[in-house]
Design a protein around this ligand. Sequence first.
Ligand code: BGC
Length: 437
Amino acid sequence: MTISSSNPFLWGAATAAHQVEGNNTNSDYWVMEQIPGGLFKEPSGDACDHYHRYREDIKLLADLGLNSYRFSIEWARIEPEEGVFSAEEIAHYRDMLLVCHEYGLTPIVTLHHFSSPRWLISAGGWLNERTPARFATYARKVVQELGDLLSYVCTINEANIISVALLTIDTRDRGLGEAETNAPVGIQDQALSKPSAYMQNWLAQVAPQFNVRPDQLYPFILTIAPERRQVILGAHKQAREAIKAINPALQVGITLALPDLQSVEGSEARLREVEQAVYLNYLEALHQDDFVGVQTYSRSIVGPNGVLPVPEGAERTQMGNEFYPEALEGALRRVARHLSLPIMVTENGVATDDDSRRIEYIRRAVAGMQRCLADGLPIIGYQHWSALDNFEWMLGFDKHFGLISVNRQTQERTLKESAYFLGNLAKAALQEEKAHL
Ligand code: BGC
């Protein structure tokens, strides 16, 4: 671990390329979104046009008092065909990184945030044993070209997302009634091994776009076979080794989707199974990393047969989750019990149109994180999800996680009160940190 204690805490906000850039035409998501009648409420289109407006967006974050920005580099742009690298797109991300530095923001860059190049899916996607080497080739290229401007690299976003999604599906399968889940319906259908006629029809239209059969279609987010974990963790490991071979000083980690886990009395054994599936199966593979990214939105309460529905009467977010900002503290403490690495909160946030609830969420989540810091947990940053109201994957544009709203007609940005709230928290904390140096 080479992070020195003199590095300031990284206060920032996060985005992902496909959710904000717009016109990510060589990616698998773009292809899937165009097929009507399936998983997607609407296509991403111009998204937030961040591809052209990044300077303005980065400046907004810096003006708030934040000192970092987490965003992703899009593999499908850098390597639109296997082995073909785009000098123009590399120059694009180089400029984004330069703008971050110009405004004093430390960039935290993710190499894979759910979307993959279309060609990768044609070549077997996230079940193919050659995917780790292919991902490492891309990672190597990024670091060769841009490494001088990078400091933190997250290889893969939410490597365990399907393990989390399958938990709630399990519950449904065990006859506990309709689980409270945000898992895309396609995953549920596949997990239950009985795709509905609706999904079958959609998959039958999607697969030929990639020149594969429906049963050979393995985008990151639809791949549920157990072997996926080996492919994903293999990709992480090979990429980390490729990056470190070029630039050993770069801090490399992965990010995980980590709901806080709690259990009802008598269900502790079941809780341990869930912990194994969601946390330990992944944390166990990360001891060689420089840091781990924690992404927490809410809690999952485990009952005797699995994850229970959101408690009756609980406040819910636009995603249907329980509004439960204390989840962050629980997840951070659980990670720290099992892995002694620096921890970065790479996502934490809430989908709501009531910005006063976002403020409340940030206030309580950050307070929980600060209790962890006071207890000596090695937390190095907090990246709020999200900088902008953006494209929430299958659910389209009307789930609002942003600190900054985006007018869908004009692309005009408006800072919300919560943006100032987080900025002021960051400024105060950084000042205090400086005073103690
Ligand atoms: C993902 C983001 C997503 C967010 C809110 C995380 O699972 O990394 O891309 O927008 O949660 O659902």
